[in-house]
Design a protein around this ligand. Structure first.
Ligand SMILES: Nc1ncnc2c1ncn2[C@@H]1O[C@H](COP(=O)(O)OP(=O)(O)OP(=O)(O)O)[C@@H](O)[C@H]1O
Ligand SMILES: [Mg+2]
Length: 312
């Protein structure tokens, strides 16, 4: 059972990394990333927010900052360290690593650049790293989500967000498993059938994929199960106006368990609050001007996400 706690946490070794995604645009991924980052930083946790929405990076605006002049692009060019690529925000313990970069926006990060970002993050001087992903199920978002154990899926209460989030998560699972079983591996061929379930011999659910794998590649099954079981995923319903909006979160957890064989735990909801838009207009952090009810939601969701991530 998830509980409410108000303590901060500091990790002595490597930072906890949490990716925030969900497929559908505008569900509040950036707002939630900034909101929980702010809550954790307020408790003394050293947080770095990473804006990995390459091409649409706007997390700085949610933190009341102008477009930063340094960020991921400079780290990738190799002339500064990852820590020097972060900028301070108005809140202590909360820094931003911006993805706003002319160079990256033009071409998008290639394979080597994504690898460099993913491995470079471990060098950040932080207790918690929150990676805000862009909309869609494209390679950057799906690969980042697959690369780290803890991930948050954000829904907005509409069925479309549930559908998009499922595609996003499925894509991410395929990419995660494809890393375990690269092209040429027999399990990889089964993955291709899972990616296209309507094709002849297509596979609809991970459990069927594993059953088929058990027949032709038994050694791979446990490895795949281990990867699936190692996920620390949660789902958050944002912009909630009534109880029915929250139902989508629970439904999503059920569908993910049934078809993807992954536990994606419902971590709570954030109420609809005009302060989210006002925060952008007035360039103030959302958490600092959110109403009391919203603030409690952010605190609870932050606690639950950290618990699910295994961070306490
Ligand atoms: N709880 C909320 N209540 C009211 N409005 C909200 C809430 N959360 C986010 N919003 C508003 O919804 C809009 C989209 O939010 P945000 O940019 O965080 O979404 P996103 O998922 O990051 O979008 P994108 O897919 O473009 O990256 C913004 O105008 C934001 O202020
Ligand atoms: Mg965003």
């Amino acid at each position: 059972m998830l509980s409410q706690k108000n303590s901060g946490f500091q990790m002595s070794n490597s930072p906890v990394v949490i990716t925030v995604g969900g497929g559908k645009g505008g569900t509040g991924k950036s707002t939630l990333s900034a909101g929980i980052g702010s809550v954790l930083a307020g408790r003394g946790t050293r947080v770095v927010l990473v804006d990995a929405d390459i091409g649409g990076a706007n997390l700085h605006t949610m933190l009341g900052l102008q477009r930063p002049r340094i960020g991921l692009g400079d780290f990738l060019s190799g002339h500064i360290s990852i820590n020097d690529a972060t900028v301070a925000t108005s809140q202590s313990n909360l820094r931003l690593l911006s993805g706003a970069s002319d160079m990256l926006e033009l071409a998008g990060p290639g394979y080597a650049q994504k690898q460099k970002i993913m491995s470079g993050l471990a060098g950040l001087d932080a207790d918690c790293i929150i990676i805000d992903l862009g909309a869609g199920s494209g390679p950057v978002s799906a690969e980042f989500f697959a690369a780290f154990k803890a991930g948050v899926v954000v829904l907005d209460g509409l069925q479309t967000s549930v559908e998009n989030a499922y595609s996003f998560l499925k894509n991410s699972v395929i990419r995660g498993l494809a890393r375990q079983f690269p092209a040429g591996h027999r399990f990889h061929n089964l993955l291709l059938k899972f990616a296209d379930p309507l094709s002849p011999g297509g596979i609809a659910a991970v459990k069927d994929l594993l059953m088929q794998a058990a027949k032709i590649e038994p050694a791979s099954v446990q490895k795949a199960r281990d990867w699936l079981a190692s996920r620390r995923y949660s789902v958050v319903c944002n912009m909630v106006r009534d109880g029915s909006d929250v139902e989508g979160g629970r439904r999503f957890s059920d569908v993910v368990a049934k078809y993807l064989a992954i536990e994606c735990v419902y971590a709570g909801y954030i109420v609809f609050d005009n302060a989210a838009r006002d925060a952008i207009r007035s360039m103030k952090p959302f958490a600092s001007i959110a109403g009391e009810r919203t603030r409690i939601c952010l605190e609870t969701v932050a606690d639950n996400i950290m618990t699910i991530a295994g961070a306490d």
